[in-house]
Each structure stands twice: as structure tokens, then as C-alpha cells.
Design a binder for this molecule. Structure first.
Ligand code: HEC
Length: 118
């Protein structure tokens, strides 16, 4: 009985803690596939995506881009949608190892989220 009560308190505390540790803007589920490489706010395996919408491709300071990415155009929403659905086909030779988001809804949700990252 006492143990059950303790467990309940621990779980309750964990649930309360979550909203405070999550970022202000909730990332869509599809963005979980990006997190391994794109850490918001700094460069990791992939470049920092804060401010990416509207920015010229391949221009985050301190990130070693492929020549293909450096030569790519700016990221407007149409270009992002194409790239996220088919990274290799849209920018041949870029080094992002990601097959692409298959569902248009996921592409739209991820772009909407990227727009909130300043
Ligand atoms: C396996 C690691 C990996 C995953 C997973 C990944 N990326 Fe990337 N991403 C990279 C790398 C590496 C680059 C740089 C590519 C280059 O220089 O050719 C990149 C580049 C980008 C760029 C261009 C950034 C710029 O500064 O021009 C965007 C936008 C992007 N990724 C979005 C995403 C999104 C959104 C997802 C999830 C749907 C995702 N990536 C998943 C590794 C990854």
C-alpha cells in the first residue's frame, strides 16, 4: 500500500515535470526523426535549424556543409517541402542521411514548427 502510494507520487512528479522541460513550442511527432542530428540552438551531426526558413542554404557558421548544400538556393517553404520529402533527389550530393518524410501532413507540420525556431 505504502509502496503504491510512493510510486504514485513519483509518477505524478514526473508528469508534472514534463511541461516545464519541453520547449515552449511543441515539436510535431514527425520532428522526432530529425532530433538525432538536429539539436535546436546548436550544430550537431546536422546544422542548427533555428531561423532556417528564409535563410540561404548552407550558411550556419561553424558547420561543415557539403558543396551541394552550399550551392543550394534559399529555404523558402516550397523548397523545404521538396527537400524534406526527398533530400537526395532535391539536392543531389548533399550529405544528410535521411530518406525523407513520406506524408505531406508531416512535411507541413515540420515546416510549421521550423518557422517557430528563431
Ligand atoms: C542522420 C542525420 C540527419 C537527420 C536524421 C536529419 N538531418 Fe537534416 N541535415 C543533416 C546534415 C548532415 C545536413 C547538412 C547536409 C549537407 O551539408 O549536405 C542537414 C541539413 C539540413 C537542412 C539544411 C540546413 C541549412 O542550414 O541549409 C535542413 C533544412 C534539414 N537538414 C532539415 C531536417 C529535418 C526537418 C529533418 C527531419 C525530418 C532532418 N533534417 C533529418 C543531418 C540530418
Amino acid at each position: 500500500m505504502l509502496n503504491t502510494l510512493k510510486l504514485g507520487l513519483v509518477l505524478g512528479a514526473a508528469l508534472i515535470a514534463v511541461p516545464f522541460t519541453a520547449s515552449a513550442q511543441q515539436a510535431p511527432a514527425a520532428y522526432n526523426q530529425c532530433k538525432a542530428c538536429h539539436v535546436v540552438g546548436k550544430n550537431g551531426v546536422g546544422p542548427n535549424l533555428a531561423g532556417v526558413v528564409g535563410r540561404k542554404a548552407g550558411t550556419v557558421e561553424g558547420f561543415k556543409y557539403s558543396d551541394a548544400m552550399k550551392a543550394a538556393p534559399a529555404w523558402d517553404e516550397a523548397q523545404l517541402a521538396k527537400y524534406l520529402a526527398d533530400p537526395k533527389g532535391t539536392i543531389p550530393g548533399n550529405k544528410m542521411v535521411f530518406a525523407g518524410l513520406k506524408k505531406p501532413d508531416d512535411v507541413a507540420a515540420v515546416i510549421a514548427y521550423l518557422k517557430t525556431l528563431k
